[in-house]
Write a protein that binds this ligand. Sequence first.
Ligand code: XUL
Ligand code: CO
Length: 438
Amino acid sequence: MEYFPAIPNARYEGPDSKNPFAFKYYDPDEKIGEKTAREWLRFAVAYWHTFTDGGADPFGAPTLRRPWNDAPTAIEAAEQRLDAAFEFFEKLGVEYYCFHDHDVAPEGETLAESNDNLDRIAKLALEKQKQTGVKLLWGTANLFSHPRYAAGAATNPDPAVFARAAAQVKKAMETTKMLGGENYVFWGGREGYESILNTDMKREQEHLARFLELAADYAREIGFEGQLLIEPKPKEPTKHQYDFDAATVIGFLDAHGLADRFKLNVEANHATLAGHEFAHDLAIASARGMLGSIDANRGDLLLGWDTDQFPTTLSDAVLAMIVVLRQGGLAPGGLNFDAKVRRTSIDLDDLFHAHIGGMDAFALGLKVAKRILDDGVLDLNIRKRYAEWDSTLGEEIESGKATFATLAERALEHGEPLRRSSEQEKIENIFFRYLVTR
Ligand code: XUL
Ligand code: CO
């Protein structure tokens, strides 16, 4: 059965096109520097939001009726969902998708039944991947929806839950490998706590580190060559999440000797919930060589939760792509739209509009970022601002020759340091001009 018969394949028609099903800025084959737009952007669709989710919220029932989810049994619905998903990927012209184990296959009565369900769907998914050429960017395990995980998975007070979570990740990782997944993601769904009164935080964090270490060991054992990624988030569902932001995760990995085994999957709306700009968390991860992949979306700055909207803010996309370009790309990571249509956007067409808008925003963001970097305007400002670090004094400090005693002598000789403008407004105006001129 065809789920989107009336919708044409999305194609690049250029900025003057009025066709809502066409890309205005995303031309996959356009060369941007040494790579094509497709190679820089590596777009992925998030299975959970686009195919599984029905739009329920804490106040209301699902609003999004998806024909593929109507079936006599959950496993039949999962099969239909897979058909719909691959039809969608092909029509959209996207190269990658991402999933949690239970988005693609329903959880059974027992672990063995859940594993069988996943095997059955994964086998079909592999066929679909071969037929269409669509690939798996990453897989992950849902360790937060089932009631057993209410108090966390790896950080649960009960080791039986830890073991169950390990079994689930083991299976999800094997499945990701079987499907040629290029990454595997760990988002600490409920790895956090609500009250310090009943929480042994030190022990919980040690358990989380042990879990990650075991997972990385298992990945090596089975020959999974994909990148292992941790996705930071500060809060929601728990009040305090251990993987608060990029800096916290990097510190945690360092503290537990795991920094060479994991990179980060940075999500825009998670960064803003942590009180950061999206680009801040990207830059923190990139500075350590640990920016592995991106969950592209946006929040609503008036709301304190993860609204997971499709990203359409050009300045954010440009700043993000500046970080990506500077580090030479994201591969084997990509840009996954961890985003959902609003629960009032009930038509199937809305799924296309949402993704086309997000893809266009990042494609234009890429082009603008490339022009800014090629013109060297940021580098020029930064070079000027840090120029004194190229002096003898700067060299002494950076090379480790200086001590507090020699620095105190230098400071006495030097007198009051000169004060220089950061020229922030000037550089913001230059940035603005790049946003509005094509
Ligand atoms: C939740 C979230 C997850 C992860 C994968 O906020 O972003 O969907 O991306 O578990
Ligand atoms: Co995410």
